[in-house]
Design a protein around this ligand. Sequence first.
Ligand SMILES: [Ca+2]
Length: 86
Amino acid sequence: MASAHALNQGADGISGATEAGDRFGAGVAAGDFTGTSSTGLAIGAPGENSGDGTVVHVDADGTGVFIGPAAAGTPADGGLGTVLAP
Ligand SMILES: [Ca+2]
């Protein structure tokens, strides 16, 4: 059985800071989101930036890339990352 590994904002290759209300991990989906035949994780934090929300994509090498409301086209206070599906 593989071991568990915790991921946190502000550590583990994910920039930013853990703040009360971020709800980091509220939505999680695994899949090949980059077309590179490697499985990554999409992790939602719908409370980020006072409810704008964000999604962090963590690739197999552990690098975290933010996909915020501007890139996703979601409105302010839209809670991006509440629900994710591959
Ligand atoms: Ca945060």
